[in-house]
Design a protein around this ligand. Structure first.
Ligand SMILES: Cc1cc2nc3c(=O)[nH]c(=O)nc-3n(C[C@H](O)[C@H](O)[C@H](O)COP(=O)(O)OP(=O)(O)OC[C@H]3O[C@@H](n4cnc5c(N)ncnc54)[C@H](O)[C@@H]3O)c2cc1C
Length: 359
């Protein structure tokens, strides 16, 4: 294991922003990861795990401590009746893994096609899209418990999965994810639950295959610049910058009434609101952002709101993290002032004095 000093982190993130890591090491084997943990502990240096850098906002001043770029690789599958337990090492690229499972006709993660990052990054915020989330198929997560120094197999109940959150997100720095085991259905047929996806699949015949689902999802995502590509400048983002707020029904009703009264919607049906677990209501952060005065394509210097999707903040090149965070803070303030709803950022912030510099 080679530990390098002063390594720029911006090229290792999808936003392409932020300063260097004080130290950085690429770990391709679990033994190297353990070695790095000992190295950091003996110097009382903070440790951070880096996957594909697709959910990270790194401060312009960079991060103190040791960043471990997780390159653990390997996938193995074990058939059990009509399901298959597929274990992928944390450093495997997520979309390559999805493509492989779809190719094998293993059902359960096809709607999560096109999400950037690594397999190890997916349990952190219980990655989800188009009606699926990884919590539905994760059977176990193998971790190195950094507090105890032991390897553990966490079951779904231990992972505390919820909407865009988990125990990993709630206790940053506690666990290094080594591998994730998914229980997928063999020969499974797609059951698209998301209306937009079902609509896109309708044109592909009456019984779409898993490959059709993957293609349809990729097409939808490309239309929103949600597939990272050097050819699409609007894909230089951290994906959705804010989580869709989940509120009590009375709060949703209050917001809808206020929006209609302010002329922001012609009627209650025009304010997007969806049923959420626990009889709550999920609002559309993108709608709130646009109606608060930040429409798609808003640009401030070298950063802005994606022209394709109001939820994504984009770095157009040559900008700074400070500009991006200021924009995010202004959006958050505008939504709070107009609707009384506090947006929670989705990405994770490194190198800032507080966990959430947009607050
Ligand atoms: C264009 C675009 C579209 C996106 N679309 C979606 C979407 O549809 N749905 C969705 O949920 N997300 C989406 N995202 C966000 C992001 O891709 C996911 O959250 C992804 O799973 C992050 O994985 P990563 O490997 O890039 O993690 P990183 O960004 O490298 O890290 C994110 C966090 O996970 C931690 N982490 C990473 N690997 C490990 C590990 N092995 N062990 C412990 N901690 C680890 C890091 O320490 C950090 O706290 C999108 C992002 C982009 C840029």
């Amino acid at each position: 294991m080679q530990i390098r000093e002063g390594v720029p982190l911006a090229p290792l993130t999808t936003l392409g922003l932020g300063g260097p890591a004080r130290w950085l090491a690429e770990v391709g084997e679990e033994a190297e990861l353990r070695e790095a943990v000992v190295w950091a502990a003996s110097r009382r240096v903070a440790l951070r795990l880096l996957g594909g850098g697709s959910n990270l906002v790194i401060a312009d001043g960079g991060v103190d401590g040791l960043v471990l770029q997780v390159g653990l690789s390997g996938v193995r599958a074990e058939r059990r009746g009509d399901e298959v337990l597929v274990t992928a090492a944390a450093g495997e690229p997520w979309d390559g893994f999805v493509a492989r499972c779809v190719g094998e006709r293993w059902q359960g993660i096809e709607c999560l096609s096109g999400i950037p990052g690594t397999v190890g990054g997916t349990p952190i915020q219980n990655v989800g899209a188009y009606g699926q989330e990884v919590a539905e198929t994760i059977r176990s997560v193998r971790v190195l418990d950094l507090a105890e120094g032991s390897t553990r197999q966490l079951l779904p109940d231990d992972c505390g999965f919820s909407y865009r959150s988990s125990v990993f997100r709630a206790s940053p720095g506690r666990f290094a994810v080594l591998a994730v085991t998914f229980a997928l259905r063999t020969g499974g047929t797609p059951t698209p639950r998301y209306a937009e996806l079902a609509g896109a699949l309708a044109s592909r015949g009456t019984s779409p295959s898993l490959a059709d689902v993957r293609e349809a999802v990729l097409e939808l995502r490309r239309g929103k610049s949600m597939v990272v590509s050097p050819d699409d400048p609007a894909s230089h983002s951290a994906g959705s910058f804010f989580v869709n707020p989940v509120v009590e029904p009375d709060e949703s009703e209050r917001l809808v009434t206020a929006a209609v009264a302010a002329g922001l919607a012609a009627g209650p049906g025009e304010v997007p609101a969806y049923p959420a677990p626990g009889d709550r209501v999920k609002l559309s952060a993108a709608w709130l952002i646009e109606k608060a005065g930040f429409p798609r394509g808003t640009r401030r210097g070298w950063v802005g709101v994606s022209p394709q999707h109001a939820l994504a903040l984009v770095h157009h090149g040559g900008g700074t993290t400070s500009e991006l965070v200021t924009l995010a803070r202004d959006i958050r303030t505008a939504v709070r002032d107009r609707f009384g709803v506090d947006l929670r950022p989705e990405p994770i912030f490194w190198g800032f004095p507080t966990a959430d510099p947009t607050a």
